[in-house]
Design a binder for this molecule. Structure first.
Ligand SMILES: C[S@@+](CC[C@H](N)C(=O)[O-])C[C@H]1O[C@@H](n2cnc3c(N)ncnc32)[C@H](O)[C@@H]1O
Length: 257
């Protein structure tokens, strides 16, 4: 019996949270084979194109979602924008274009050291110009002040959050009154990945996510079908922070008198 696996890629995918509940450790697998009675069980390093193929296949597929999410935020040059789970940094790069000529800044949080390193490598100029600031951290404890972000966006990310209601409350805290949160996903893509067993323990149902946002206090929560400029179908979930605060004081929202 021959079992092939791209170990380096598995480690990266694991660090992104995709393999949290999958028993991918080859040592465990080898042990199980031996215990089942297989003999001469051994792992060898080989050189093949399989691992690279996987990487090339995954990243460009998500690129349009990242760029569309940044575009839907309606970012102005003086805005402070936050991306959650930025991965290789495609959305951060797009968002940075909108603040390039102003005093705005793009902030990003991702809990995967591998992804933070990749984003740093992909955004050297934006980081040097202080237009992009990255944090290695968990969305469950955001290191930002109350009412500090004009918009927040994320692509293919909420499925892995440890506690969606808790994260939603903290996102509402950091969003400015009148601010917008843009969540992008591909329902078709998610259904395919789910049918392959990858999403078994991920909370990807958009209805559950939207319910958590509403319960946290987000306003105008709705999902819309969209088509990217290159013709790909995707979904966006829009939600905002009301200008009317709990103490019933009307806060000044940008663009309102
Ligand atoms: C499926 S990847 C999507 C990456 C990128 N947004 C894209 O669409 O290409 C999910 C990303 O979210 C990050 N992530 C998952 N759970 C997280 C958490 N609790 N806190 C911070 N980042 C998280 C992962 O490290 C990974 O970069």
């Amino acid at each position: 019996m021959v079992t092939a696996l791209p170990l380096e890629r598995l480690k990266t995918v694991d660090s992104m949270g995709w393999m949290k509940y999958a028993a991918w450790d080859p040592e465990e697998y080898i042990k199980a084979l031996r215990e089942a009675g297989f003999t001469d069980v051994k792992m060898k390093d080989k050189t093949s194109s399989a691992g690279q193929e996987f990487q090339r296949f995954m990243l460009p597929k998500n690129a349009y979602l990242e760029e569309e999410a940044a575009a839907l935020c309606n970012i102005k040059p003086d805005h402070h924008v936050l991306e959650l789970g930025f991965g290789p940094g495609i959305g951060l790069k797009k968002a940075a274009e909108y603040v390039e000529k102003g005093v705005g800044k793009v902030h990003g949080v991702d809990f995967s050291p591998a992804m933070v390193v990749e984003a740093i490598n992909n955004l050297p100029q934006e980081i040097e110009d202080e237009k992009v600031e990255l944090v290695l951290g968990n969305v469950a404890s955001l290191p930002y002040r109350d009412d500090s972000m004009d918009s927040i966006f994320h692509a293919n990310c909420y499925y892995f959050w440890p506690d969606i209601p808790l994260v939603a409350r903290d996102l509402l805290r950091v969003l400015k009154p009148g601010g917008l949160m843009v969540t992008v996903l591909s329902l078709e893509g998610l259904k395919t990945v789910d049918s392959m067993g990858w999403m078994k323990y991920a909370t990807w149902d958009p209805e559950e996510y939207m319910k958590a946002l509403r319960e946290a206090g987000f306003a105008d929560v709705k999902m819309e079908d969209k088509t990217s400029s290159a013709g790909q179908e995707f979904q966006v979930i829009l939600s905002s922070k009301s200008c009317l605060q709990e103490d019933a004081t009307l806060q000044a929202c940008e663009g309102e008198s």
